[in-house]
Write a protein that binds this ligand. Sequence first.
Ligand code: PAF
Length: 284
Amino acid sequence: MKVFSTKKELQKEMEQIRKEGKTVGFVPTMGALHEGHLSLINRSVAENDVTAVSIFVNPTQFNNRSDLEKYPRDLQRDLLLLEKNGCDIVFSPSVDEMYDKNEFESVFEFDFGGLDQVMEGKFRPGHFNGVVQVVSKLFNLVQPTKAYFGEKDFQQLAIIRRMVNLMNFDIEIVGCPIVREKDGLAMSSRNLRLNAEERQKAVEISKTLFESKKLISNFSPEQVQNWVIARLNSFSGLEVEYFEIVHQTTLQPIHSWSEPAIGCIAVFCGEVRLIDNIKYNDVQ
Ligand code: PAF
């Protein structure tokens, strides 16, 4: 496994790989790797000649300084896991390597077509500008054949698909299912920040989402939405930031179960903000 920290070294390596006609699978991450990331990496290893992973805690996508500072980091552990899972190339740049000073001072502009106006975009202003900024840079550097993203960040995945279309990247975007702990909690690097009591409460998020699926034959999307919010807010230590049942493609609210519906949620568990989602039916 080769580890690079500069753009130049990475580009040189990727150019050589392309010359050899090899396919490249790319998994962008912010490190603190867990089984969810490993599922993306394993899929990339199975589907491509070469797998590249980036580890970069991207400051431009954090709208909360303390969240950025507290984001878990453990590069040595991540590298061991990557080596064990068949990764070939790791790109782990510093912030200065990734960004010029002026890129920090100006807002990265992108036409989101409204996808950033709801849910994560509404509650984390500027978040998706930062995501598109860093992922487009990484795509230009790596130029992969396929790139792998988890469906836990469902809105991010929709925005990346739009970005690839608008910016004409010749990259296949592969969405991969959420990986859960045995008790149902969606895997997340942020789970590491939960204390024992919070960890126990956090399981109520997925439990409530699974229960809500049983309600759709008798209740409207609005009623199910209200039920989920009320149930989770009834636990002390949990506070729902949003729960919205939206169309799986447009991410706009739906009013009938005949549409392809997904419920997306953000919940504060103590100070830790967790997200999850559940599909109520499939895209037709
Ligand atoms: O999903 C993430 O971990 C990040 O948003 C990503 C895609 C690596 C960009 O920083």
